[in-house]
Design a binder for this molecule. Structure first.
Ligand code: ARG
Length: 410
């Protein structure tokens, strides 16, 4: 990676100001060490005299992209029973590879929601120490869930006594598990409020934790200053999580009007993975996804997309979350075009993946926008993605913490 001894001035035909939702033409971003010290219309900026310059021309500058729902740890090419042969150590080594792919796709920050053995904490720390390349990670440790629920492992019969680390039942047990995750380095708490698509034997629409357990879990996490993400497909689980004060709901497939109103009233973020269904139904069988899971996906996929349209229209706060790991890491950007197809403006989709995600993480004074005083996480896309969102699938320039980690021939 290239760090610059002098300040770096990057110029480009345009820049996206995610806060105002406007495009600034003839733009520049000024970076000093790991920080942005100026950004905006070139004419309006004081350009330092001794700076290096990078003149990009027909490119669009924007903040480093953020994905709020990834699973970097694990073998992303195999699902179902094929996962049982992968050790925790091997899963982490896959994670090293996946972290680099994610960064190269322009995602400079991710929220990793669920990993075994605090491998996500190790991956985060190795990246922060500069030992390996990857995005800035906010991690959950093992996801909490009820016995036999979506966050448990239900593939093996009773006599194998297999159980995921995050299984916790009852208000005090979930509080204990939250405390343990915090002890070993979690930044965020993830729990499963309902059944899921890829878990064996769970009803995707059925609530799992009781509201009493959700309230205990979320109260405990908030007490300690962490935010909470809830996996939820079914309507009653979504509503219970929102009423219990959850910060973001993941997937959010089966909504009704009341759920949308509740999310608006509570300021809850939705993280809706509207690309992954194409991969599951297209490639999933080959990758080992169980037939019962494919059947569940056929039920929720298209409903989720229509509900995405409704939620966007109603003005629910939205972040960008993909579930990468179910599909190949590095393909995260494919979701942008789908978000527009299912009802967002291109600007809204970019805001979801920048300023909205930064705000959900309570990092909006640090990440998520191009302005003085923010970390120098910057990406550039050839052309204008507001005219063609598929351009977000190939990011030409990636800068993280002021280091150029990727630069295509320009
Ligand atoms: N991890 C999620 C689950 O197993 C994936 C759901 C994907 N489907 C969708 N339409 N978003 O439930």
């Amino acid at each position: 990676t290239l760090a610059f001894a002098k300040p770096l001035v990057i110029t480009a035909d345009r820049m996206i100001d995610v806060k105002s939702g406007k495009v600034i033409n003839a733009a520049a971003v000024i970076i000093d060490n790991d920080m942005i010290i100026g950004a905006g219309a070139r004419q309006a900026l004081d350009l330092p005299a001794d700076a290096e310059t990078m003149a990009l021309g027909d490119y669009t500058l924007m903040p480093g992209l953020m994905d709020m729902h990834v699973h970097l740890v694990g073998d992303s090419d195999h699902h179902g029973y094929a996962t049982l042969g992968t050790s925790v150590s091997r899963s982490l080594l896959y994670g090293v590879k996946h972290a680099e792919k994610t960064l190269m796709a322009g995602f400079t920050t991710v929220r990793n929601v669920g990993a075994p053995g605090f491998t996500d904490v190790a991956l985060r720390d190795a990246i922060n120490d500069g030992d390996i390349k990857g995005p800035r990670m906010f991690v959950s440790g093992p996801a909490l869930g009820v016995t036999g629920g979506h966050c448990d492992n239900n593939l093996l019969p009773y006599d194998a006594h297999a159980k995921s680390e995050g299984v916790a039942d009852g208000p005090w047990e979930v509080r204990q598990r939250v405390r343990e995750n915090i002890k070993y380095g979690a930044d965020v708490i993830k729990f499963c409020a309902t059944g899921g698509v890829l878990s064996k034997g769970t009803k995707v629409g059925a609530q799992q934790y009781s509201e009493e357990e959700m309230k205990a879990l979320i109260t405990e996490a908030h007490l300690r200053g962490l935010t909470v993400a809830s996996h939820a497909h079914g309507t009653s689980g979504i509503k219970a999580a929102i009423r219990s004060g959850v910060d973001s709901v993941e997937h959010v497939s089966l909504l009704d009007d009341e759920a949308i109103e509740l999310a608006k009233a509570h300021g809850t973020y939705f993280s809706m993975d509207v690309y992954v269904t194409e991969y599951i139904l297209g490639e999933g069988a080959k990758a080992g996804i169980l037939e019962e899971s494919l059947a569940k996906e056929r039920m929720v996929g298209s409903v989720q997309r229509e509900n995405f349209r409704k939620a966007v229209k109603a003005g629910v706060k939205m972040v960008f979350g993909t579930d990468a790991g179910v599909y190949p890491h590095g393909d995260n950007g494919k979701q942008f075009a789908r978000m527009v197809k299912f009802g967002m403006t291109p600007m809204q989709a970019i805001q979801a993946a920048t300023i909205n995600s930064a705000t959900l993480l309570k990092q909006e004074n640090n990440l998520g926008s191009l302005e003085a005083g923010r970390k120098a996480d910057v990406v550039a896309v050839k052309g204008n993605p507001l005219d063609d969102m598929s351009l977000m699938e190939e990011i030409g320039l990636v800068i993280k913490d002021g280091h150029v980690v990727k630069q295509l021939a320009m």
